[in-house]
Design a protein around this ligand. Structure first.
Ligand SMILES: [Zn+2]
Length: 167
């Protein structure tokens, strides 16, 4: 196992996020199985929440299917493993309010919980089954106004006055 994955195992043990994953797996009557890079897969998770086909808590990846099918879905497995690393960077469960804040901001901007969510983008949008989405029309118009104002401020003062005279 790579040294960085060993560090991830230890950090997520110490910050309690892996323990939280094991407890949620037990609550969802999932069966724990070892996987590569110090990860655990909790297979056949049975609780209805969250509605995702797989999710991650610390070094535990919880899936509704079985371990082998999950490991074969390489892109999704890599995506969830990146979330495990994010738990280590975010001091464990501190990631949850940060993640939900990012999901809320993404929904406000695009109408989708993943498209602009920094955690999902860094874990690989397509690998996680998310699509990149454009900004909501109102947000895009507001962004265009801000960009125009910023470009205007950067023009030399004389050019700005010329622009006003012409307009
Ligand atoms: Zn994800």
């Amino acid at each position: 196992m790579r040294a960085s994955y060993r560090v991830r195992v230890v950090v997520n043990l110490v910050n309690g996020s892996t323990l939280a994953g094991i407890l949620v797996a037990a609550a969802g009557r999932a069966r724990l199985a070892r996987a590569a890079d110090g990860l655990l897969i909790a297979e056949r998770y049975k609780l209805p929440l969250p509605p995702a086909p797989a999710f991650c808590l610390g070094n535990v990846i919880l899936t509704r299917g079985d371990r082998d099918a999950f490991v074969r879905a390489e892109a999704l497995a890599a995506h969830e493993a990146r979330h495990a690393t994010q738990f280590a960077w975010c001091a464990g469960l501190v990631m949850l309010p940060l993640y939900f804040g990012a999901a809320g901001a993404s929904w406000l901007l695009t109408g989708d919980f993943g498209a602009c969510n920094v955690f999902e983008r860094r874990a690989g949008l397509a690998d996680g089954g998310y699509a990149d989405r454009p900004l909501r029309p109102a947000v895009a118009r507001w962004q265009a106004v801000l960009l125009r104002r910023r470009a205007d401020r950067r023009r030399p003062v004389a050019a700005r006055w010329q622009g006003r005279r012409r307009a």
